[in-house]
Design a protein around this ligand. Sequence first.
Ligand code: AVI
Length: 319
Amino acid sequence: MSGAANRDAATAQAEALRADALAGLAGAPKTLPCKWLYDAEGCRLFEAITRLPEYYPTRTEVRILQESGPDIAATIGPGAAVVEFGPGDGAKAVQLLGTLQAPAAYLPVDIAPEWLDAAVARVSAAFPGLRVRPVVADFTLPFDLAGRAAGSTTHVGFFPGSTIGNFEPQEAVAFLRRARASLRPGARMLLGADLVKEAAILEAAYDDTAGVTAAFDLNLLARLNREAGANFDLAAFRHEARWNTRLERIEMHLVARHAQSVLVAGHCFRFAAGESIHTESSHKYRPDRLRVLAEAAGWRPVQMWTDPEQLFSVWLLEG
Ligand code: AVI
């Protein structure tokens, strides 16, 4: 991207952040969309979260992909093109591609070209002969993969990490439906989904003793101060992770320690003591619910792999 295009993108992003903050803080309850957690500092803190002893999802999914790798590879078969939605640094793709039989191509999809670079570099270094074709697209919208993978290779969508859980269930169905439309007919999808479990395990995973998740959550207020003309006092809020039993999701909240007013882009928002901003939901799925969700999006679940403690699940869906 040119310097001017970069500046335009940054301005559009700052405007979208401000608009989302003004709308979310005017609501009751107050909310902020979780996508804004991931600025450079948020990405760094999320990386640190994935290595925390309490945060089991990443290492458990990696273990499932390792231990069930031969079975997953046999089910998928040879010559597939892997289409990864939101590839991060490409580490999970390297792991998957290393187990698959003769993968034909790797197509990481992300809206930010600079985020694709890391995945492309990592995968290309690990598999020098592999066809790697990054796709700059917002994968929450329909996009076109025409001509990106050679010949008649079958597509395998890859959406690990339980990012599906950060969507509301109806958004998750919409995402899975759009992903199916973007992939070739007959495509399959490898999907990571966190499972419902004891509240204590979940609350510890989202409120670790080292305070990394708290810093990740509070960074959203720091970001609003930096980029949206806000004057949040970070010391006046605390992070809380709540298990919502009815909706089977972990919620992250920033709770006001005392009554206060905050300015955001010239607008005043009042907080009562104990009032919170809901910053993220992480839905956990029982296998039956995940099956219903996938089917509602037109996929047929063919296999589920899990770990011995049944903490996490990896699914193969057929289109
Ligand atoms: C990115 N996503 C799958 C993480 C999760 O577990 O829902 C985000 C996260 N939030 C706090 N810790 C991790």
